[in-house]
Design a protein around this ligand. Structure first.
Ligand code: HEC
Length: 123
């Protein structure tokens, strides 16, 4: 599993208790049936880059498929979430969503698709 782009923070342990959330069932991205090309691309991007935090809860990241965590974020609107994923975001808890998850080589379109996939899987 690739390390996330946390930039210096403790990213070597996949299960350091700090900021990690309890995980009920392992999330299997490939078990979700998709027909939309944008979501299929988003899943590919997500699997390569966003998993580091959004599958493990590293750094307090909202876990994919955790509906309760995502509902208030989804309520901000798709455009806002796209913007926060591309440009970075730090909410009231002072957690760090790095711009593009730290993967600078991603295009804006790829990041948006990954957000769409994560939202799709978290409704
Ligand atoms: C280094 C860890 C890390 C990586 C990698 C990462 N995220 Fe995040 N992300 C976070 C954290 C932490 C938050 C919560 C920020 C907060 O609420 O303060 C977050 C929040 C978000 C949000 C919600 C923003 C909001 O307004 O509530 C979106 C959307 C998101 N990430 C998308 C992505 C996408 C897409 C990727 C892959 C391209 C990605 N993240 C990769 C850590 C990460």
């Amino acid at each position: 599993m690739a390390l996330c782009g946390c930039g210096g923070e403790d990213s070597t342990s996949t299960h350091s208790g700090h900021g990690a959330k309890p995980k009920p069932a392992p999330f299997d991205a490939m078990s979700i049936e998709l027909t939309d090309a944008n979501l299929i691309e988003g899943r590919e991007v997500w699997l390569k880059t966003c998993t580091g935090c959004h599958k493990s809860g590293l750094g307090g990241a909202p876990l994919i498929a955790d509906k309760a965590e995502w509902a208030p974020r989804i309520a901000k609107g798709r455009e806002t979430l796209h913007d926060h994923a591309i440009n970075g975001f730090s909410g009231p808890l002072m957690l760090q969503m790095p711009p593009k998850g730290g993967y600078d080589y991603l295009t804006d379109e790829q990041v948006k698709a990954a957000v769409d996939f994560m939202v799709h899987a978290s409704r």
